[in-house]
Design a protein around this ligand. Structure first.
Ligand SMILES: [Fe+2]
Length: 489
């Protein structure tokens, strides 16, 4: 492997505005939302207290609402920066609080709607106007159940997904190159190092040729740098382990993290690239630095790229995909969005929180000859909850796509559906891959249904879909190996 550094004379940290103002504004908004969300919660608790004949139900409800609001301030202060806390405090205060907080947010919109609609119905019927106290209670209690599942159960289960990526014009010698991608680990108080090590081990079991981590290794601060460096240092790949920085990695000091990663054998690429060789073919593997703090410089990352070389770009933030495609990058690997982290199950791409803020939200996109994969992430930010968007260890298997001319649309076999034509061009969701295999693992020892697999041919690209499940690791390993047409190593 040969290495080329784009510009070592200019340190990427030189021109960096801190994100503090943006974070502060965001926290103010969340704080206001928290106070607002606790109004229906207080009413819900009043109703629940009444149903249980508790004394002074209004006092109970108001106290619950005030306590819930006040505790949010403590949780926010504890996480900025992310500091080590006693495990008992995390387990018995932080986690229950977040279940409550998420339930409050869950209940807010239906509660507000009911507050408007029910009195109107009362007036129309000529009935005395009343508040829908039972509805408030139902919304809050249902929120506790759903959010309890998302926080206590769902975020602990991660998928190991093996996807074939068909890249137009890819050197045939790179066909079969296996890239393990981890992203948005957010190792910290709520996402312990042991979880990260489980993700690394799961990636290693799929025997990747190359391992990449696309940013947000921690949530904030410096106290978990060594933990996450150990997690990434545990990754094993013949061609090395490469990292791009995310916005959260600079919510504190990024330099100590980069040093720790280097000490654990990982290479952080900051607006620079390296030549990686596989089967006699060469790949320009580059990464841009964080976009939020304006450290990113795509031109510098690609400046020393040999002409015509297959290019893979690590970019935590997928918003630079258009420029990367225009610059001839074949494959962009991103994260950042967490796929919304909370979405409607089975419709996560269409209905999820990421849709509110991101153009490229989750999964594959193609623009001309360039393909983007937006990783759903592994950890969490904000509330430690996942619903509808599973944490994922991704194994991308590159496939040379020579089935079409300059613009490939292998999925449909027709002329390109997603092409770039000026500033208004948009990359749309599409499946650029072929066979997909999914293994599900749990971070909770012992795993209840130890290991199950789903193996299917992508219906978009192959026109058929078969699904089956089995339990036990050997079966899972066989399914993964079969899907990748390679024996497990
Ligand atoms: Fe993230």
């Amino acid at each position: 492997m040969t290495t080329s550094t784009a510009d070592e004379s200019v340190h990427p940290a030189q021109h960096v505005p801190r994100p503090r103002a943006r974070v502060s504004r965001f926290l103010q908004i969340v704080l206001l939302a928290t106070f607002a969300a606790h109004v229906p919660v207080a009413l819900a608790v009043v109703e629940i207290a009444r149903r249980f004949d508790a004394p002074m139900p209004w006092a109970v409800g108001i106290a619950w609402g005030l306590l819930g609001s006040a505790l949010f301030i403590g949780r926010a202060r504890a996480s900025l920066p992310d500091r080590r806390r006693h495990p008992a405090l995390v387990r018995f205060v932080d986690i229950p609080y977040f279940i409550h907080w998420c339930a409050a947010v869950w209940a807010f919109i239906p509660s507000v709607l009911a507050t408007v609609v029910v009195p109107v119905i009362d007036i129309a019927r000529g009935s005395p106007v009343h508040l829908p106290m039972g509805w408030y209670a139902g919304c809050y209690l249902s929120g506790l159940v759903v959010c309890g599942y998302g926080i206590l159960v769902r975020r602990r289960w991660f998928q190991v997904v093996e996807r074939e990526v068909h890249i137009p014009g890819l050197d045939a010698r790179l066909d079969g190159l296996r890239i393990a991608q981890l992203s948005d680990l957010h190792v910290g108080t709520l996402t312990p190092r042991t979880w990260g090590l489980a993700w690394s081990r799961a990636a290693n079991r799929r025997a990747p040729d190359l391992a990449v981590v696309t940013g947000d290794l921690v949530t904030s601060g410096t106290q978990y740098h060594e933990d996450v460096a150990g997690v990434i240092g545990a990754l094993r790949a013949r061609l090395g382990v490469y990292v791009s920085m995310g916005n959260h990695d600079y919510f504190g000091e990024g330099e100590p993290l980069i040093s720790s990663l280097g000490a654990h054998g990982a290479r952080v690429l900051r607006n620079e690239g390296v030549v990686v060789e596989h089967g006699g073919a060469k790949v320009w593997l580059a990464a841009i630095d964080d976009t939020w703090t304006r450290r990113d410089d795509l031109a510098r990352a690609l400046r020393d790229r040999p002409p015509g070389m297959t290019t893979i770009l690590l970019a935590h933030d997928p918003s630079r995909f258009d420029e990367a495609a225009a610059a001839g990058v074949h494959l962009v690997l991103s994260g950042h969005t967490h796929g919304g982290q909370i979405a409607v199950p089975f419709f996560s791409r269409a209905i999820g929180l990421a849709n509110l803020a991101h153009r490229y939200r989750l999964g594959f996109y193609r623009l001309g000859r360039s393909t983007l994969y937006v990783h759903p992430g592994l950890g969490t930010t904000g509330p430690p909850m996942r619903l509808g968007v599973a944490p994922e260890v991704t194994i991308l298997v590159l496939r040379a796509d020579h089935s079409s001319g300059t613009h490939s649309n292998r999925a449909s076999g027709s002329s390109p559906r997603y092409t770039r034509s000026g500033a208004s061009a948009r990359a749309r969701p599409r499946n650029a891959g072929g066979r997909v295999s999914i293994g599900v693992e749990s971070l909770s020892p012992p795993a209840p249904a130890a290991f199950s697999t789903i193996s299917r041919s992508d219906s978009d690209s192959r026109g058929s879909s078969t699904m089956g499940a089995s339990s036990g690791r050997p079966a899972a390993a066989r399914a993964v190996a079969k899907a990748s047409r390679r024996p497990p190593r």
